[in-house]
Design a protein around this ligand. Structure first.
Ligand SMILES: N[C@@H](CCC(=O)N[C@@H](CS)C(=O)NCC(=O)O)C(=O)O
Length: 210
């Protein structure tokens, strides 16, 4: 297997963390962001969006991080993220879709505004809009995590999909990150090697300079 994508992309981090859980060998090609390379035909032919990440498994090229980690979980059913039945797969999909449609857009929207945009171009209005969406989407997660250690009954790629974003939330919304059930969840996630190896890493190269 071969992963393509820069390590500072949270979507690439989801794939790298999943591969760490699986423990199979893979190659890693750095593309995207300041490293460029996404328009090279060698890369662009693998993904219609030309975004990162891409996972190649033999002659199969997959794009979209959540589709990739779901593929890995199904391909390696005996791993710590393995999925071996349809009911679990469906429940995982509910949380991943919720992340894609609600939590992640709010968090990434706020991150872009506060970290990736030069201060002169920031919009207070955008910031407030994303913050408000983040409050309501994080409330759904925190309520669930009051009675569960993980989003399902045990660790799964649903935690990888959503939990990867908690690290960046500490900077852009520390008050939401401090909600007790979210903090407990974060503390469970940082016990995993894949999290400390790939997620709690510097994203300074993304920070806008004025
Ligand atoms: N929905 C896609 C989003 C992919 C995406 O937006 N990737 C960003 C990085 S997180 C990207 O390629 N940005 C341009 C770049 O890194 O050059 C996924 O989950 O894989």
């Amino acid at each position: 297997m071969r992963v393509w994508g820069r390590k500072t992309s949270s979507n690439v981090q989801k794939v790298l963390w999943s591969l760490e859980e699986i423990g199979q060998p893979y190659e890693h090609e750095i593309v995207g962001g300041i490293y460029g390379g996404k328009d090279r035909i060698e890369y662009a032919s693998k993904t219609p969006t030309k975004l990162v990440p891409v996972l190649e498994d033999g002659d199969l090229a997959l794009w979209e991080s959540h589709s990739i980690i779901r593929y890995l979980a199904r391909k390696f059913p005996n791993s710590t993220i393995g999925i071996d039945n349809d009911r679990r797969d469906a429940k995982i999909s509910c949380w991943i879709d919720y992340n894609s449609s609600a939590f992640q857009p709010a968090l990434i929207g706020l991150f872009w505004e506060m970290v990736r945009t030069p201060s002169a171009q920031r919009s207070k209005q955008n910031e407030e809009k994303h913050y408000k969406s983040l409050v309501s989407s994080a409330a759904i997660l925190s309520e669930r995590l009051q009675t569960h250690d993980f989003l399902l009954d045990s660790f799964s790629i649903a935690d990888i999909s959503t939990g990867t974003l908690l690290y960046r939330m500490q900077e852009v919304a520390p008050d939401i990150a401090a909600i007790p059930s979210l903090t407990r969840w974060y503390n469970r996630l940082i016990e995993r090697t894949g999290y400390t190896k790939f997620v709690t890493t510097s994203y300074e190269e993304l920070r806008a300079t004025d």
